[in-house]
Ligand binder design. Sequence first.
Ligand code: SF4
Length: 176
Amino acid sequence: MALNYQITGMAPCLADGAKVRVTALWNRDIGALLPYVNAVVKYASFDPGRLTITIKYRGCPVILERRRVTLGQLADVDEAEDVMEDLVDFLRRVQDKKSEITPLNQPKAQPQVQEVIRMLPRTNCGQCGEPTCTAFALKLVLDRQKAENCLYLTGDETRAVLQVLESMDNQQLNIE
Ligand code: SF4
């Protein structure tokens, strides 16, 4: 059955009330594809226990689940449709190339996340509201925190962190 989806919900985005969060349901279970997605997407956070994968695409956090997908930080439903069309196209390509991809069933190292952690003061002072600088960095990557909330970064340091985050936002959904 060709993969397709149906948008089933839209609500204000938790991270930015001016944007929307959209949920959609797949017309079939994509769980078996997710380790292949994990193998080919450069910046991906894979949870093998829950069988979910979180990626950034076009600046949106995207949570892929077996039967559902959640997109955050969208301008409107039209943008959600555009992102979903790209995701469906990508997942179909992954499906077609499965025999050439070695699936990855565990989380992989994310050098950019490590880079962001290294750019923070690493004093774990908690003043950003997170218990550690690592927790802050992980939330930055998922757009659940703002770099400006670390009070100890200079303007230049904040801009450097934002540049790294931007490089993750703009990743292409390519199959190498
Ligand atoms: S405010 Fe900055 S230094 Fe303090 S825990 Fe948060 S990220 Fe780390």
